[in-house]
Write a protein that binds this ligand. Structure first.
Ligand code: CO
Length: 493
C-alpha cells in the first residue's frame, strides 16, 4: 500500500455551491477567503467550469473570465482546476472543434491549470479535441471515467476506459461519480485495479448524496488513490463532496493522513457559514440529508428531486413509481447511457412520456438525437427498432462518426455576429457567444452600467423561490444540482 499522504482537492468554489446552492455563489462572496484557501496547500482548487459559467452569465450578471482572473490573482500558488464537458464545453450539445479549442486556449490564458474533461457517454472521441488544445497550451489534461451502474458497465470496462484515457495523453485519470452511486467496496476495487494498470495518478470524485461519499473515499485511500475531492461545510456533504475536516479526521490513525491546518479550515468554515445564510433562497434541507432513494432507484439525487417537480407539473405526481420502473427499460433501449447531465434528463423525460402516452408513442427530440448518434457512441448498442423509428421521424440516417465531424467551423461567423452588433469580438467573447448568446448579450449591453446582483443577500424572494422549486408551465425550467437544463423561459429581470 502506498504510504504517501492523501491529497485533497478543494471544490467549495465550484461543485460545493453547485451541488448545495444552485451554483449561486458570487465572486464577491469568494474573494475574502481565496488567499486563505491558497495557503492551505490543497492539491488543486476547483474554481470554474461545470455550471459556474452559465450561472455567472444567466443569474449573477458576472463575466466568468473576470471571476477566473480575480480568483487567480488571489491564489497564485495552488493549481486551478475546471470541469469541462468535452465537445460540449460547458453546455449540452456538441460544438465545432474550432470553438472548443478557442475556449480551452482562452481559459488557459486566464490561468486555468488543470482541465478535468469528461463525456456523458464516455465516448473518448468527444474528448480528443479538448485534450489536444490543453496539451498545446502546456496545461494538465485529466481524463474522466464517468461512473455509472448498468449491465454493460463493469470494473473491466472502466479499467479499459482508464487505459484508453492514459493512451490519449491523460496526465491523470479521475473516476467521476457525479451521482454518489459508488460504494466503498466498488471504490476499493476500481482504484486498486486502476493503480495496477495505470502509470498516471488516479483521482476519485464523489458526492455524499446517498451517504456513501466519505466511506468510499476512505476505501479508495486504502486502495492507493492519489487524490480525492473535498469541500468545506456547509457547502459539503449531502449532495456535495465530503467535508475536508471530516475526511481528515476519518484518517486520524491512517499512514496516509494529511495534515491540513485545522485552524485555517475552521476559519474557512466560519466564512462559508455566513455565505450559506446569504444564499438561503437557493439552499434546501433536502440537499443536506441522506437520500436513500438513490440506493433503490440507482439514479442521481438531483434527478429524482427534479423529477418529482416535473411529474407534479404534468399532473402525474402519483405515477412516480411507474416512471422510475420505466427508467431502466429506456436506458437499455438507448444503449445504457450513464445518468449524468444531460443524459439523465433525456432518459427521465422519455420514461415519463412512455408512461403518459404509451411506450415510444412520443419520442423526445434529445432521445431521438441519442438514437441518431448525435451525442456519440453509446456504451451498449441502442435498440435497432428504436433507431429505425428515430431515422423515420427525423427523416435522416443515424451517424457513426464523431458528432463534431459533421460540424463546420463556427468561430469566424461568431466573431462577425459580434462585430455587427458593435460588441467586442475577442475569442473569449466569441466562445461565450457560442454557448450563451442571450445571456452574454445582456451582460455586454449593460457592461457600462453597474451590475446588480440578482439576489439580495439574506432577503427572501418568494416569487423566485416558487419558480425554482415548483415552477409553472409558463416558467418551465429543469434544474439538476443547480444546473439549468433546456431552454429557460423564465425571466428573472
Ligand atoms: Co460532482
Amino acid at each position: 500500500m502506498s504510504v504517501n499522504p492523501i491529497v485533497f482537492n478543494n471544490t467549495v468554489l465550484r461543485d460545493g455551491h453547485q451541488s448545495l446552492a444552485a451554483t449561486r455563489m458570487r465572486t464577491e462572496q469568494m474573494l475574502p477567503v481565496v488567499e486563505l484557501l491558497d495557503g492551505v496547500g490543497f492539491g488543486a482548487l476547483e474554481t470554474w467550469g461545470g455550471a459556474t459559467i452559465d450561472s455567472c452569465l444567466r443569474f449573477l450578471g458576472e463575466n466568468p473570465f473576470d471571476r477566473l482572473d480575480a480568483l487567480k490573482r488571489l491564489s497564485p500558488k495552488t493549481p486551478h482546476m475546471m470541469l469541462l464537458r468535452g465537445q460540449n464545453i460547458v453546455q449540452y450539445t456538441s460544438f465545432p472543434d474550432d470553438v472548443v479549442s478557442a475556449f480551452v486556449k482562452c481559459s488557459a490564458e486566464h490561468g486555468m491549470d488543470i482541465f478535468r474533461i469528461f463525456d456523458a457517454l464516455n465516448d473518448i472521441r468527444n474528448l480528443k479535441t479538448a485534450f489536444r488544445a490543453v496539451k498545446e497550451a502546456g496545461k494538465h489534461a485529466q481524463g474522466v471515467i464517468c461512473y455509472t451502474t448498468s449491465p454493460v458497465h463493469t470494473v473491466e470496462t472502466f479499467i479499459k476506459l482508464g487505459e484508453e484515457l492514459e493512451a490519449i495523453g491523460s496526465d491523470s485519470v479521475c473516476i467521476k461519480d457525479m451521482a454518489g452511486l459508488i460504494s466503498p467496496s466498488m471504490s476499493y476495487e476500481l482504484v486498486k485495479s486502476l493503480k495496477q494498470r495505470l502509470k498516471v495518478p488516479v483521482v476519485l470524485h464523489t458526492h455524499s448524496t446517498a451517504g456513501m461519499g466519505a466511506a468510499s473515499y476512505y476505501a479508495a485511500i486504502e486502495a492507493g488513490v492519489d487524490e480525492v475531492d473535498t469541500s468545506i461545510a456547509p457547502f459539503a456533504n449531502g449532495t456535495g463532496q465530503p467535508d475536508t475536516l471530516l475526511m481528515q479526521k476519518m484518517l486520524e490513525q491512517s499512514p496516509r493522513k494529511p495534515s491540513y491546518d485545522v485552524e485555517k479550515l475552521h476559519q474557512l468554515r466560519e466564512h462559508f457559514d455566513g455565505v450559506y445564510e446569504e444564499l438561503s433562497d437557493f439552499t434546501s434541507p433536502r440537499n443536506e440529508r441522506v437520500d436513500s432513494d438513490i440506493l433503490i432507484y440507482q439514479v442521481p439525487g438531483g434527478m429524482l428531486s427534479n423529477f418529482r417537480n416535473q411529474l407534479k407539473e404534468q399532473g402525474m405526481a402519483d405515477r412516480l413509481e411507474e416512471v422510475m420502473r420505466e427508467i431502466p427499460y429506456v436506458r437499455e433501449q438507448l444503449g445504457w447511457i450513464p445518468l449524468v447531465t444531460p443524459t439523465s434528463q433525456i432518459v427521465g423525460t422519455q420514461a415519463m412520456l412512455n408512461v403518459k402516452f404509451g411506450r415510444w408513442k412520443m419520442l423526445s427530440q434529445p432521445a431521438m438525437d441519442i438514437l441518431l448518434g448525435k451525442y456519440g457512441r453509446t456504451p451498449g448498442r441502442v435498440d435497432a427498432e428504436r433507431r429505425k423509428q428515430a431515422e423515420r421521424q427525423a427523416n435522416q440516417e443515424a451517424i457513426e462518426c464523431r458528432p463534431a465531424d459533421v460540424l463546420e467551423p463556427r468561430l469566424p461567423a461568431l466573431k462577425a455576429e459580434l462585430a455587427a452588433r458593435q460588441f467586442p469580438d475577442a475569442d473569449e467573447v466569441a466562445v461565450l457567444h457560442a454557448m450563451f448568446p442571450q445571456e452574454l448579450k445582456k451582460i455586454l449591453t449593460r457592461a457600462s452600467a453597474p451590475v446588480t446582483p440578482t439576489v439580495t443577500p439574506g432577503k427572501e424572494n418568494p416569487a423566485k423561490r416558487s419558480a425554482a422549486v415548483s415552477g409553472t408551465v409558463s416558467r418551465y425550467r429543469l434544474m439538476i444540482n443547480g444546473t439549468p437544463y433546456g431552454v429557460s423561459v423564465e425571466t428573472l429581470d
